[in-house]
Design a protein around this ligand. Structure first.
Ligand code: ATP
Ligand code: MG
Length: 428
């Protein structure tokens, strides 16, 4: 294990959340080891600003929970402890150990399916063991806020310097254990603008199909991290290059491959989303999903029209079917799929640009998103007869309009995070 003393790295306590420091200090006071780990150390070493601070310790979840009144144990697949300080949550994970499949004893807590997928992983271990259970070398660096040292068991520092993403251990095996790691490889390569080391890239081509076995709810979580964290454009490009997009959105991937307009619609939607995040404007999965699934929607609508359905009913049924189909893979909650479909169904309404209907349309709560979507279609090269410009002018002429209140579906506050199931900072 490489130990890097304080004067040879740039991680500094002043850049670390005081709450994370508090948690680590308290663990140390009780004779436990405690390290900052994962994305926080990676981002600090890259002189960036971590979005959250994860802590790793040898103390069991129960021991950690006993030390913090403001904590609770979450997760079943991977038990972790959340220590809450107002809005901030410090995630504390217990070092993971080896598994039966590694030929090491003491692994009653682990369970693996016949295809090598990890089902349960509550075997505890040492820092050294924990490091090799993590996904990427750059995500497996540890910082000791007591001694100010950085610990590197897997060559993460070298990879950070070389700006490359490398899977720890045998990539083929690690991807089989948890296929979501393939998405994480791409996500971090896009986010950090790192290259993917050859050995970590090659197996993805063959293994992409394993994503089909991942629970749809987990894929929706990943979807958000892939497309709503400011690097959607680069991420989509890599996902398509690595042939993974087709396992997330099969119809859209197929149609975008054969149609330049759809491809540029997707690209423009991603670029717009990234711009909005950079400008600190809110983004919603509904809008970006409306764009991603638009090719599939158009195809299905045309089929239905050819079968004799009238234009609006065809659009409506196509929306329903395409949503249901997409949800089999990626569980889109209704509070996003409803507005997504409303954006679609608003598109033909925007063809009416005269009469009293105009103000009525502008006052509908989905107008703004639908108008943005129209602009997106035009930006991607669709000929909408100059409608975008007309609506821009109409809005300017009319000035501010009172938007109708939200329907029942939207007034409901978003649900809090699910209790179980979520795993984040714990390696497996
Ligand atoms: P960010 O939070 O900036 O997106 P992160 O690296 O902190 O990046 P998380 O998803 O928060 O990513 O996970 C925290 C850490 O847990 C990772 O750095 C990695 O070490 C480990 N980890 C997360 N998911 C997995 C996984 N599927 N397999 C192995 N290790 C994982
Ligand atoms: Mg994190």
């Amino acid at each position: 294990m490489k130990v890097i003393p304080r004067d040879q790295h740039c991680v500094s306590r002043k850049d670390i959340s005081p709450n994370a420091l508090k948690v680590m200090a308290r663990l140390r006071e009780h004779d436990h080891q405690a390290y900052l780990v994962g994305g926080a150390v990676r981002d600090l070493l890259l002189r960036g600003h971590p979005k959250d601070f994860d802590v790793a310790t040898e103390a069991t979840p129960e021991e950690v929970h006993a030390l913090f009144r403001n904590s609770r144990i979450i997760g079943r697949r991977f038990k972790i402890v959340h220590v809450r300080f107002g809005r901030e949550i410090i995630e504390v994970t217990t070092f993971r150990g080896h598994h039966e499949s590694d030929g090491k004893p003491g692994s009653q807590g682990a369970k693996q399916s016949h295809r090598g997928l990890l089902l349960r992983d509550n075997v505890y271990g040492t820092l050294e063991e924990d490091a090799v259970r993590r996904d990427l070398t750059v995500n497996a660096l540890y910082y000791d806020s007591g001694s100010f040292e950085v610990f590197d068991q897997v060559g993460g520092l070298e990879d950070l310097k070389a700006r490359q993403i490398r899977v720890i251990g045998d990539p083929d095996k690690r991807y089989r254990e948890d296929p979501v790691r393939m998405l994480r490889t791409v996500r971090f390569a896009a986010k950090l603008d790192f290259a993917v080391e050859t050995g970590s890239r090659k197996p993805i081509q063959n293994l992409g199909k394993l994503l089909d076995d991942i629970p749809a709810a987990r894929l929706f979580d990943e979807f958000g991290k892939l497309f709503l964290t400011g690097n959607a454009q680069a991420t989509l490009k890599l996902l398509r290059e690595y042939q993974m997009f087709e396992h997330l959105f099969p119809d859209s991937a197929r149609l975008a491959d054969g149609n330049a307009f759809y491809a540029s619609l997707l690209d423009a939607a991603m670029a717009n989303t990234d711009d909005r995040i950079r400008a600190d404007k809110p983004v919603t999965p509904a809008f970006i999903l409306a764009a991603i699934l638009w090719p599939a929607l158009c195809e299905r609508r045309e089929q239905l029209e050819r079968q004799g359905e009238k234009s609006f009913p065809a659009l409506h049924s196509a929306g329903q079917e395409v949503t249901a189909q997409a949800c089999q893979r990626i569980a889109i909650p209704r509070r996003f799929s409803m507005p997504m479909r409303e954006i679609w169904e608003f598109q033909p309404k925007l063809k009416k640009t005269e009469g009293r209907r105009v103000v009525e349309l502008m006052s509908q709560r989905r107008f703004r998103a639908a108008y943005d979507f129209l602009l997106l279609r035009e930006q991607a090269g669709e000929d909408c007869g100059g409608l975008g410009e007309i609506w821009t002018r109409l809005q300017e002429e009319h000035g501010p309009i009172e938007v109708k209140p939200a329907g029942r579906d939207e007034r409901r506050p978003p649900r809090r995070r699910r209790r179980g199931g979520r795993r984040n900072s714990s390696p497996s």
